[in-house]
Design a binder for this molecule. Structure first.
Ligand SMILES: Nc1nc2c(ncn2[C@@H]2O[C@H](COP(=O)(O)OP(=O)(O)OP(=O)(O)O)[C@@H](O)[C@H]2O)c(=O)[nH]1
Ligand SMILES: [Mg+2]
Length: 400
């Protein structure tokens, strides 16, 4: 019997409706037009990832059955890349279910999320991380710290490169000599050790070079997933792949589209040989080790990123204060922290219209994930300057 979502305690990890098996994505609630969303994220088209698996029945069995499979592999794959490269979208697509929040704005992901993909031949713990960029604020530095820590935990690292951005950069710098690529520019986070002195092909985007330095500094094995290939012409991809292939020690470069699900089978096939042989380490029907409480707070933050303009989303942190499973619904109360009273006013909107739109879209997401009706309450509190305060960053889980 599949485990019902309704009976899962609030602090247990979220499990898939399909017991860890990729399945069709829930359709998210459309934001109300009255919220005048600036950058609405289109829902992903509902393709199922094709892993070439004949039958998922074995995965639906217990972990012991998988442990008996000869050559079964299990390990950690860390997804890193520039902000907005599509790491979270790729994680969701690989899992076949939406667990990570996504938006068109950079720096959406703030802390590491582990997604668990269990197939008949391997269990992959996929770490989605904050985008690596030149961090100035304490919050951004904490985010980069999380990404760097996740690098250390990996059996193999996958650098997600935005193909569209890479093609544009290459076209703008066509014909430049290779020796022009000295130490990187403003986009690079401070690199250390021998990796800081590495010289890369100048046709590689400086933001990607900066992430490569971090990976090489960690001494991990690594691959590249060239994402968003649906947005570029195939003939423009080859020169980008040729430039990326000059990076030191890169294991493979796999073109993928998290949007269309193209290339995921190849990406999985490239990752799995780096994992150690052994039985599954996580329950086979879990999708993530994050709790429903955490996921609910993230879903509210996602709507803030998708529906509220300008800098406001960067001053917002969300916490689930109440998560109760009642007989016929789940009662969820989320507290939204903002830095200034003006941000509070923007979030609430005239007559509370904007908050209503935010909450109703977040509730629809929660209902799709939890699989039951949700009664959602959202409150907004001003917590002056929280993003620069170590105590608050710790309290909100952004800093260890
Ligand atoms: N067309 C297209 N869009 C994509 C693809 N992958 C991601 N996107 C879009 O790119 C934007 C950023 O995606 P995210 O998954 O939030 O990117 P991220 O790397 O997790 O970003 P941060 O969390 O900010 O570091 C969203 O609007 C996605 O819909 C893709 O393969 N094709
Ligand atoms: Mg993300």
């Amino acid at each position: 019997m599949p485990r019902s979502h309704g009976s899962r305690p609030q602090d247990r990890p979220a499990a898939g409706k399909h017991r860890g098996r990729p399945g069709p994505r829930p359709s998210p609630g459309a934001p109300s037009p009255s919220a005048r969303p600036e950058k609405v994220e289109r829902p992903l088209p509902p393709q199922e990832p094709d892993y070439g698996v004949q039958s998922w029945a074995q995965v639906d069995g217990d972990a012991q059955a998988l442990a008996q499979v000869p050559g079964y592999r299990c390990g950690v794959v860390t997804l890193v890349g520039q902000p907005n490269a599509g790491k979270s979208t790729l994680l969701n697509r690989l899992l076949g279910e939406k667990v990570a929040i996504v938006s068109q704005r950079p720096q959406t992901t703030r802390d590491t999320l582990r997604g668990i993909l269990t197939t008949p031949t391997a269990q992959v713990a996929l770490l989605d991380t904050p985008g690596i960029h030149k961090a100035r604020s304490p919050l951004n530095r904490a985010m980069i710290g999380q990404a760097v820590e996740a690098l250390e935990a990996a059996d193999v690292v996958v650098l997600i490169v935005d193909a569209q951005k890479a093609v544009r950069w290459q076209q703008q710098h066509a014909g430049e000599a290779r020796q022009a690529a000295e130490v990187d520019d403003d986009e690079a986070p401070a690199a250390e050790g021998p990796a800081a002195k590495l010289v890369f092909d100048p046709h590689i985007h400086p933001g990607d070079r900066a992430v490569m330095r971090q990976i090489l500094h960690s001494n991990q094995k690594w691959l590249i997933a060239l994402n968003k290939v649906d947005l570029v012409r195939p003939r423009h991809l080859l020169p980008v792949m040729a430039a990326l292939a000059t990076a030191p020690h890169v294991g493979a470069i796999v073109p993928v589209s998290a949007w269309t699900a193209d290339g995921l089978r190849n990406l999985l096939a490239a990752m799995v040989p780096y994992l150690g042989e052994g039985p599954p380490q996580f329950p086979v029907d879990d999708l993530t080790d994050r709790s429903l409480r955490w996921l609910c707070a993230e879903m509210v933050r996602e709507q803030v990123f998708q529906q509220i303009r300008d800098e406001v989303p960067y001053g917002v942190a969300c916490e689930t204060e109440v998560y109760e499973e009642l007989p016929d619904l789940a009662h969820v109360q989320v507290l939204v922290h903002v830095e200034k009273p003006a941000q509070r006013a923007i979030l609430i909107g005239r007559d509370g219209v904007r908050m209503k739109a935010l909450a109703s879209a977040a509730r629809a997401r929660m209902e799709a994930l939890i699989g039951r009706k949700v009664f959602l309450e959202v409150h907004v509190r001003v917590e002056a300057n929280w993003s620069a305060r170590t105590d608050k960053l710790k309290e909100f889980g952004y800093l260890q």
